[in-house]
Write a protein that binds this ligand. Structure first.
Ligand code: ADP
Ligand code: MG
Length: 238
């Protein structure tokens, strides 16, 4: 579960075309990273996959099923943003279980799923704390925990670490790599940090002005860039 396929996907905002015919195949369990300059369409592409934006032309399939017209709730994906607003008055346990509670899940099931997610994320000692008593990295883990309990078929991350300081970013990078191994879930991850891309990705998608410049393993992009844009982008320190 969790294979995603984009077929000739286009997105127009009024007269402006921001996604210009993207074809992409993401295998079940793959870790795919979108990189590219600011404004090239990374967030828009993620929002199209999640259903938060409507595709103008083309199709999106999840496990072979055409979900182009499905609302976000019908797609079974989890979206994790950089601004991870937690409910300040709720404990970590309540924050993580809230989505399941509003969906009407029984209490025992919610507790079991929150406990399992807390174990994966090493949040067990913090379950009764409130967000203000957590570090930035712990809060980000709670935000990820909220999506894990829904058991999505894939995770979509939009620059989840960009609000954290440098050392915490490195620490969280390891946490996310571990999460990917533990859950064996498909992950599509947007970052403008080349080091993050090179260390986390099975496959990197380099975007420029709404189009794919190259898709390949970190090693392929580094050693055999298709063009000067990819070479300069992957080679630049930041
Ligand atoms: P990135 O995430 O790569 O920085 P975005 O996907 O946010 O880029 O934006 C791609 C382009 O689409 C930009 O030119 C941006 O201004 C435009 N854009 C994004 N969302 C909207 C919107 N809701 N309405 C109009 N233009 C938008
Ligand atoms: Mg963006």
């Amino acid at each position: 579960m969790g294979a995603i396929r984009l077929e000739a996907v286009e997105k127009w905002f009024g007269a402006a075309q921001v996604i210009k015919g993207v074809d992409l195949e993401v295998a079940d369990g793959e870790f795919v990273i979108f990189v590219g300059p600011s404004g090239c369409g990374k967030s828009t592409l993620l929002r199209l996959i999640s259903g938060l934006e409507e595709v103008s032309r083309g199709h999106i399939r999840i496990d072979g099923r055409d979900v182009t017209a499905e609302p976000p709730s019908g797609r079974g994906l989890a979206m994790v943003f950089q601004s991870y607003a937690l409910y300040p008055h709720m404990t970590v346990r309540e924050n993580m279980g809230f989505g399941l509670k509003t969906a009407g899940a029984p209490k025992a099931e919610i507790a079991a799923k929150v406990d399992a997610a807390a174990q994966v994320l090493k949040l067990e000692p913090m379950l009764d704390r409130r967000p203000k008593d957590l570090s930035g990295g712990q809060r980000q883990r709670v935000a990820i925990g909220r999506s894990i309990v829904r058991e999505p078929s894939a995770f979509l991350f939009d620059e989840p670490l960009s609000n954290l300081d440098a050392s915490l970013r490195v620490e969280m990078r390891f946490e996310i790599a571990k999460l990917h191994r533990d859950l064996a879930a498909t992950m599509i991850y947007v970052t403008h940090d080349q080091v993050e891309a090179m260390t986390l990705a099975d496959k990197i998608v380099v975007l420029s002005a709404g189009q794919i410049e190259q898709v390949g393993s970190p090693r392929t992009l580094y050693e055999r860039p298709d063009n000067l844009f990819v070479a300069q982008f992957i080679g630049s320190p930041k």
